[in-house]
Design a protein around this ligand. Sequence first.
Ligand code: MV4
Length: 446
Amino acid sequence: MFEKVLIANRGEIALRIHRACREMGIHTVAVHSTADADAMHVRLADESVCIGPPPARDSYLNIPAILTAAAITGVDAIHPGIGFMSENANFAEMVEQHGFTFIGPTPEHIRLMGDKVTAKKTVKALGLPTVPGSDGAVTTIEEATKIAEEIGYPVLIKAAAGGGGKGMKVAHTAKDIAESYQLARGEARAAFGNDEVYMEKYLEKPRHIEVQLLGDTHGNAVHFGERDCSIQRRHQKVIEEAPSPGLNANEREQIGALAAKVIQKIGYRGVGTIEFLYEHGKFYFIEMNTRLQIEHTITEMITGIDLVREQIRVAAGQPISYKQKDIVFNGHAIECRINAENPETFAPSPGTIVGYHAPGGLDVRVDSALYDGYRVPPHYDSMIAKLIVHGANRNECLLRLRRALEEFVIGGVDTTLPLHRRLIAQPDFINGNYDIHWLETFLAKL
Ligand code: MV4
């Protein structure tokens, strides 16, 4: 096992990784920008290294600075966390070239899944259901029109390098194709420096359901069930829950087994998530994330398994120590992502935290790097806390979540806490009756 790990991240996820390391007897090295000198992730780590000025491109994305910090502190491995370097295959490669272990998949697997066209081809060949569409990249308007006629309107033109909704355009009729095609390519070129696009039938009202997976270097793979992440705004998840209120035990078992088989067949190492759209009782693969996710917490709450610990264990070459049948699902969990933002306009609200009080009690978990007097810097993502609540069933979970949201006090900055209190009181949410458009439709009505 590793003796010392560098955590190349900040905020709550850096703390989350530090905590897993601590419990495993692994020493931690924090890295931080000058804006984060007082951050909790720096305070808790055994050692820390300043890697640059506030803008992320000069610090948390600064590969030479991170590798230098790893070298001078003598770590065995680097954990990239979430965002930043976590899905950068070149970084993963450089980490290994410098003699450190990358706590994540191989650069080849990151690359394979980072290209949505090769990812789709790969999983389709291995038996996952995909959305009807082009067989690979589409390179002309004529070709796009022909495929649209074959699969039927509406269609979606998507960037091969995409994710997060950039470079994605709907075409409702043949008249829209030329414009949607050009817009999608232009956005993709601007955002990713790669304007390759592909096409799919546009699913109008699906749920977003993702399966949590773990593979090791000994040919084993397991799944930890699904999460429903349909409550989103501008491709940012706001509330996630596990299990999905839209699935039955049979569907859960089938899609989980199918997804686990895929990562087992490609020899995937690490934690990962396969994302599906789910509509009219059918699953359609859309993407695979080759990293830990923010919402891994709700899966931990219903399985009792520390996924970060598992991730570190398999990166160190250890086999998964249990079988699929040993993973048992217990009750229900919901996560609310709390951002330092105006709850109506969503304008970022950096500033100094005053009167911080986190909720507690049975089955209530808060993952946050906040403390009273902390200054939320303006340079980074606005998510400042995750409230995760577990219950014996969905109803108990909802009642406990309402109670925990009532207790939570974060003063000094605007937060999305008031929005969460309203969302969880909506009949549609209480009934689990929502799709990927529910939140934006709800907000538009206000
Ligand atoms: C889709 C889709 C409908 N049909 N693909 C959005 C970002 C990227 N991860 C995939 N996305 C979508 N792909 C087909 N064929 C609708 C979306 C989508 C979406 C997906 C998940 C969660 C929220 C979403 C919001 C808008 C659109």
